[in-house]
Design a protein around this ligand. Structure first.
Ligand SMILES: [Mg+2]
Length: 181
């Protein structure tokens, strides 16, 4: 079981879409969510892993507390949710805070209350409704799948992390067309 550091972008139950810019190392307000939705859990990224959308691999961190933007939270990977956002693969790893004994028994997504997973799925299915952007939420995935995805994205960051985002996406379109639709 892998424990990684997730850098929080968006605190749980808030609606400001902060985004980290790897180049400038600054956090900007990208937008305020158009609808009334709030992030159901803390949401952040994994610095050392690059996803096919050209951004760091995303991760939800299940915890009771809401963490501030920029804070690193030790997170145990439980699984993932496959997602296509506006035509690009945009996987969400799902983890749990690793330094709260209340969550020590959480080892896989099966340990997460069903309704908590439903909230996560529902949020991403709907959070861009008023932007008229298409988000396809696929299945939840196992711990093993998520850890493999993490490893793949770490390799992508090592190899292509210095490329401009557009350049990286163009390259991935050629090498991995199945990741885009
Ligand atoms: Mg992403």
């Amino acid at each position: 079981m892998k424990t990684i550091n997730v850098t929080i972008e968006i605190p749980k139950k808030t609606n400001v879409k902060y985004e980290y810019d790897r180049k400038t190392k600054e956090v900007c307000v990208d937008r305020i969510l158009f609808g009334t939705n709030v992030y159901p859990q803390n949401y952040g990224f994994i610095k050392e892993a690059l996803d096919y959308d050209g951004d760091e691999l995303d991760c939800l961190v299940i915890a009771d507390q809401s963490f501030s933007c920029g804070i690193k939270v030790p997170t145990r990977i439980l699984g993932a949710m496959e997602m296509i956002d506006d035509g690009e693969t945009d996987t969400k790893l799902i983890g749990v805070i690793d330094c709260d004994p209340r969550y020590a028994s959480y080892k896989t997504l099966n340990d997460v209350p069903d309704h908590c997973l439903k909230e996560i799925k529902d949020f991403f299915q709907n959070y861009k409704n008023l932007q008229n952007k298409k988000v396809i939420v696929k299945d939840f995935k196992s711990t093993k799948w998520a850890e493999k995805e993490y490893d793949t994205c770490v390799k992508l960051m090592k190899k292509y992390g210095s490329l401009e985002k557009d350049e990286f996406i163009a390259k991935m379109h050629k090498l991995h067309p199945e990741k885009y639709c």
